[in-house]
Write a protein that binds this ligand. Structure first.
Ligand SMILES: [Zn+2]
Length: 240
């Protein structure tokens, strides 16, 4: 018999992807996350048929039903990526609670990476969710979890102070410090070296990629996406 859980996760993931894309659009613009969705061009409220993850965008060919203004392809991409990730979670982690925790972690990290890449800040609500998910019972010894958070947080705070003093401007945002503390809660104290190396390499790759597409990198690049990707890799992949 086919296990229905991966399909159930994929469908739920598509809905969470839709929510993630909407929150990443609304929150930085100060728009309430509770209101009904509306077309940003014509302002018409969107109905249920306009909000079915992936399908609505495909059926309407990426345009608003009312004013035919183009709707960003970022929406189906985020919805599809989230659905795929949620689908994989129960296949990788047979325990349903672990799979759900991982799926929610991936979604929160995607949200944080999207907002930081565009707006250069990491919303506290997203970082708090990452931290709370780390505290799900049975995942890790409480002592390891808390000492990881403390060590990662202090190290990030120290680095922020030192580098900012050296450069004469803010080098590592407070949001990055909070996210690194949450990463410490997830990874415990022993995975710190691997996380730091991976974050550094991902950050450099991101910088090179942005330079390649000729975006202005004189004022630095947001470090959040590199931290998010590295945390997810460290949690998912077995570290020797
Ligand atoms: Zn419209």
């Amino acid at each position: 018999m086919i296990d229905p859980l991966p399909l159930l996760f994929a469908l739920t993931g598509a809905c969470f992807g839709s929510l993630t894309a909407a929150m990443a659009w609304r929150l930085p613009r100060g728009i309430t996350v509770w209101g009904r969705s509306a077309c940003p061009q014509c302002g018409r409220t969107l109905g249920v048929a306009d909000l079915i993850p992936l399908l609505s965008w495909l059926v309407l060919r990426g345009r608003c039903r009312h004013c035919h203004a183009p709707v960003s392809a970022a929406y189906p991409l985020v919805e599809g990526a989230t659905a795929l990730f949620w689908n994989l979670c129960p296949l990788l982690l047979p325990d349903p609670l672990s799979a759900l925790t991982m799926a929610l972690l991936g979604t929160a990290l995607l949200f944080l990476a999207l907002v930081d890449a565009q707006w250069r800040y990491l919303p506290d609500a997203g970082v708090l969710l990452v931290a709370l998910l780390a505290l799900v019972p049975g995942r890790m010894e409480v002592g390891d979890c808390l000492s990881g958070g403390l060590i990662f947080g202090l190290l990030a705070l120290g680095t922020r102070w030192l580098v900012s003093r050296h450069l004469g401007r803010e080098a590592l945002g407070l949001g990055d410090v909070k996210l690194m503390t949450a990463a410490g809660l997830w990874l415990g104290p022993f995975d710190l070296p691997v996380f730091l190396i991976l974050s550094g390499l991902t950050g450099i790759a991101q910088l090179l990629l942005l330079r390649l597409v000729s975006r202005d990198t004189k004022n630095g690049v947001p470090f959040g996406p590199a931290l998010c990707l590295s945390l997810l890799a460290c949690v998912l992949l077995p570290i020797p």
